[in-house]
Design a protein around this ligand. Structure first.
Ligand SMILES: C[S@@+](CC[C@H](N)C(=O)[O-])C[C@H]1O[C@@H](n2cnc3c(N)ncnc32)[C@H](O)[C@@H]1O
Length: 213
């Protein structure tokens, strides 16, 4: 979902850093071979993730929802030397494609893939994280927040994608729409929770930046 006129979206993309070649190739291969390629962050949001990561300079990154690995590679652009990224996806069919591009990037040994349900895998991770990107099943966003918070360093940043949910968060809630219901509660929690401070950026489908106090 894009909230801005297409011409403005296009202008913003054209006046941001060009998409690196490796990411353009992954973008193409995802569109050719993988179902639901719209899930991939894409050029503009990818540059936003890359820039945020470069500003944060994280040592340890956690990503929930790898898909084909596009956003993981964007986040790696800001990683400290010898830092690591753990990325989780329940879809094992995506593993080989992720690995192919992680290895081509030169960061392959620092990027750790986990296959399974994020809520089961996160408790097994020992790192304290400086940057977390939440981009998986919306109905677990509140659960992810609670399970991640004790594993964050002070000053660490949690990025949450799709928080505007194609605008459904400002429409009348439809009966049975559990995803929107959880996102409404999640957005409210992040805005009012005193353990963090938050700004919701209306970028693409909504990207929240949350800083751990
Ligand atoms: C929107 S895509 C991620 C896109 C990716 N971050 C990017 O920007 O290129 C969401 C992914 O979350 C995964 N997923 C959904 N529910 C999950 C869960 N409970 N645990 C782990 N992964 C999950 C899906 O398999 C899917 O690949």
């Amino acid at each position: 979902m894009h909230f801005l006129p297409q011409s403005i979206d296009q202008y913003a993309e054209e006046h941001s850093q060009a998409e690196p070649q490796l990411l353009a190739a992954l973008n193409r291969e995802t569109h050719q071979k993988v179902l639901q390629p719209r899930m991939l962050s894409g050029h503009f949001q990818g540059r936003v993730l890359s820039m945020l990561s470069k500003l944060i300079r994280p040592q340890h990154i956690l990503e929930i929802g790898t898909y084909t690995g596009y956003s993981a590679l964007c986040l790696m652009e800001g990683i400290q030397e010898n830092g690591s990224l753990h990325t989780i996806d329940k879809n094992e069919e995506l593993y080989d494609l992720q690995r192919k591009y992680f290895d081509k990037s030169g960061w392959g040994t620092q990027m750790h893939q986990h296959v399974g349900k994020a809520l089961e895998i996160i408790p097994q991770l020992e790192e304290k994280f400086d940057l977390v990107f939440i981009d998986a099943d919306k109905r677990n966003y509140l659960n992810y927040f609670e399970i991640i918070l004790p594993k964050m360093n002070k000053g660490g940043i949690i990025l949450s994608d799709n928080v505007l949910w194609s605008g459904k968060v400002v429409e009348e809630l439809k009966a049975g729409d559990k995803d929107t219901e959880v996102l409404l509660a999640y957005n409210k929690k992040l805005a009012t929770e005193d353990r963090v401070e938050t700004v919701l950026l209306p970028i693409r489908d909504g990207l929240t930046v949350t800083r751990v106090l």
